[in-house]
Design a protein around this ligand. Structure first.
Ligand SMILES: Cc1cc2nc3c(=O)[nH]c(=O)nc-3n(C[C@H](O)[C@H](O)[C@H](O)COP(=O)(O)O)c2cc1C
Length: 184
């Protein structure tokens, strides 16, 4: 494995970590557009391209999303990691939302990972956020489809927060015994 460790793609994949502390530095429009392209070029079954992606950078709207989450989902439930100190978008300056008209979770997951790895490649960090679905998948979250300019039949699938990381977490434990080559 060591022989590939300087490969930029492999390095981005192996050094990506979920980061939940960010500086205030915004993403440039080139960074935002590049990450949208990374999402767009994710593969999809029969090239069906079921997903649409929106990215929100407006702090007022991000905070409104958090307040809605708080008021409509319930703040007393620890619904996501660091719920006691961070907003649901973990204070990142950009939040990508992936929606589809069908239950295209496979495609959405591939897009989310493309954004996360692309971000790492640009020297940024990310956190995939599913918990915001408790608001966006519920009728109470319907107005967010208007805000995000998402057509009515579409459903929220996953989101990815991206920014300049302000922490350097250790890798989470993995289960290497579950990953092996069948020799014969
Ligand atoms: C589908 C999915 C949903 C997730 N939802 C959240 C979330 O709502 N909030 C959060 O802080 N982290 C969330 N995470 C991040 C995971 O907790 C994290 O990926 C996991 O602990 C492994 O850590 P790593 O990404 O550093 O390898 C989510 C990850 C995935 C793949």
């Amino acid at each position: 494995m060591a022989e590939y460790e300087n490969n930029a793609v492999i390095r981005a994949i192996l050094t990506r970590r979920t980061v939940r502390e960010y500086t205030d530095e915004p993403l440039s429009s080139a960074q935002l557009q590049t990450l949208l392209n990374c999402a767009m070029f994710a593969p999809s079954g029969r090239n069906s391209q079921p997903c649409v992606v929106r990215v929100l950078t407006d702090k007022t709207l991000l905070d409104r999303l958090n307040t809605d989450f708080k008021n409509k989902v319930g703040w007393d439930t620890p619904a996501y990691t660091r719920w006691d100190k961070n907003p649901v978008y973990q204070n990142a300056p950009a939040l990508f939302f992936i929606y589809a008209p069908t239950d295209a979770r496979m495609e959405a997951g591939l897009m989310a990972e493309n954004i996360a790895i692309g971000a790492k490649g640009l020297g940024l960090d990310s956190v995939i956020i599913g918990s915001v679905g408790a608001l966006l998948e519920a009728p109470e979250g319907d107005e967010w489809k208007k805000i995000l300019k998402v057509p009515e039949p579409y459903r929220f699938l996953i989101s990815v927060a991206v920014g300049h990381g302000a922490e350097d977490p250790a890798p989470k434990p993995r289960k290497p015994e579950e990953f092996f080559v069948i020799e014969k």
